[in-house]
Design a binder for this molecule. Structure first.
Ligand SMILES: C[S@@+](CC[C@H](N)C(=O)[O-])C[C@H]1O[C@@H](n2cnc3c(N)ncnc32)[C@H](O)[C@@H]1O
Length: 322
C-alpha cells in the first residue's frame, strides 16, 4: 500500500512538473522571444518529466490496472505487461522524445524524424503483441491437422490455454491434453489457474485434460496422440529445441500431424523486438531441424504474422528417431 501511494505521488509530480514546464516554456517563447535559451531549457526539463510521467502511468496501468481490466466473463491469457504494453510504452517514449527534440532544438530535426520512425515501429509491435491476447484472434490454422476431426491432440506448452481452446473449438470431435510446466514468469501465476478458468469460460473443460510436464521429456507413452500442436513454446527452449521435437514425434502415432507455430525473423518480429528479432531461428532452419528429427514438412505458411509448419510423422516410421 505504501509503495503504491509513493509511486502515485511520483507519478503526479512528474506530470505536474512536465506540464508546468511546457506551459511556462510556451509562454516565454510567445511573450518573451528574446529569452529563447530559457524557454528551450524549460522544454528539455518538461520533456524529461513528461517521459517519466508516461513511463510511470504506463506501469501503473499495466500492474494495478490489470486487476480492474479483467472482465468476469472474458478469457484472459495472463500475458505479462512487458509483452502486451512494453512496445506501446516504448512508442510513447520515442514520440515524446521526438516532440521534445523538435520543440527544443528544431535544427536537430533529423533526430526527431528517426525517433518518430522508431515510435511508429514500436506502435506496430504493440499491435502485433496485443493481438496475441485477443480471444477472437485465431491462434492456429487447424484445417489440415486432424483429417477426420476426431482423435486425441496434444498441446505442448499450452500456457493459459489460448491454443488448447482453439483446438477444442476448431476440432469439435477431438479431445485435448494441455501440457505445460506452468512455471513461466511471463504468464500470471505460470498460467495454471488462468488455464482452468479459461477452459471453463470457453465451455471446453470436459474435453481438455490438463497435465503438468516438460516438453523435453513428455510424460506419455510412445505413439499415443493422433495429432499435436505447439505454439510459441518450442522456440523458447534454446539448446533443448531438438529434444522437444523428438519427443513430439515419439508420442505421435505414425501418420499423425504436428502443427508447430513459431516466430521467425521478418517485419512482424522486427516491429516487436527490433534488432533482437535477427537472433530468432529462421524458417529455413526450422525446416532443417524438423527433417533432421524425423518429420516430413507437409505445409508451411504464415498467419497473423506467425510462422507455421505442418509436420508429419511418416506412416511407416519407427517410433523413435535417433
Ligand atoms: C508463450 S507461451 C505459449 C502458450 C500458448 N501455447 C499460446 O500460444 O498462447 C509458452 C509456454 O511454453 C511453456 N514452456 C516453456 N518451456 C517449457 C517446457 N520445457 N516444458 C513445458 N512447457 C514449457 C511456458 O510455461 C509457457 O506456458
Amino acid at each position: 500500500m505504501k509503495s503504491k501511494s509513493a509511486s502515485g505521488k511520483a507519478h503526479s509530480h512528474m506530470w505536474l512538473v512536465g506540464v508546468t514546464g511546457l506551459v511556462a516554456g510556451l509562454a516565454l517563447m510567445v511573450y518573451v522571444p528574446s529569452l529563447k535559451a530559457v524557454s528551450q531549457s524549460l522544454f528539455w526539463f518538461a520533456g524529461f518529466h513528461l517521459i517519466g510521467g508516461i513511463v510511470l502511468l504506463g506501469s501503473l496501468y499495466a500492474t494495478v490496472g490489470r486487476r480492474f481490466r479483467q472482465r468476469a466473463d472474458a478469457l484472459d491469457f495472463g500475458w505479462a505487461p512487458a509483452w502486451t504494453l512494453g512496445p506501446l510504452l516504448a512508442a510513447a517514449v520515442f514520440l515524446a522524445m521526438a516532440l521534445a527534440v523538435q520543440i527544443a532544438a528544431p535544427s536537430w530535426w533529423p533526430s526527431a524524424v528517426v525517433l518518430t520512425l522508431l515510435a511508429a515501429n514500436a506502435f506496430a509491435g504493440h499491435l502485433v503483441a496485443a493481438s496475441t491476447a485477443r480471444p477472437d484472434h485465431a491462434p492456429l490454422p487447424l484445417i489440415d491437422l486432424l483429417p477426420n476431426h476426431h482423435g486425441l491432440v496434444l498441446d505442448g506448452g499450452c500456457g493459459a490455454g489460448r491454443t488448447s481452446i482453439a483446438v477444442a473449438r476448431g476440432l469439435t470431435g477431438a479431445n485435448v491434453v494441455a501440457l505445460d510446466r506452468f512455471d513461466s514468469d511471463y504468464i500470471e501465476g505460470g498460467g495454471r489457474a488462468l488455464l482452468d478458468r479459461n477452459l471453463r469460460l470457453a465451455g471446453v473443460a470436459e474435453r481438455v485434460r490438463v497435465q503438468a510436464g516438460d516438453l523435453t521429456g513428455l510424460p506419455f507413452d510412445d505413439a499415443c496422440f493422433d495429432a499435436a500442436v505447439s505454439a510459441h513454446a518450442i522456440d523458447h527452449l534454446g539448446g533443448a529445441t531438438e529434444a522437444a521435437l523428438r519427443e513430439m514425434r515419439r508420442v505421435l502415432k505414425p501418420g499423425g500431424r504436428f502443427l508447430l507455430v513459431v516466430w521467425v525473423p521478418g517485419w512482424t518480429m522486427f516491429a516487436v523486438a527490433n534488432v533482437l528479432s535477427f537472433a530468432l531461428t529462421t524458417r529455413r532452419a526450422w525446416h532443417a531441424m524438423a527433417r533432421r528429427n524425423g518429420f516430413e514438412v507437409l505445409d508451411d505458411g504464415s498467419f497473423n504474422g506467425h510462422c507455421f509448419l505442418l509436420l508429419g510423422k511418416p506412416v511407416g516410421a519407427k517410433t523413435r528417431h535417433d
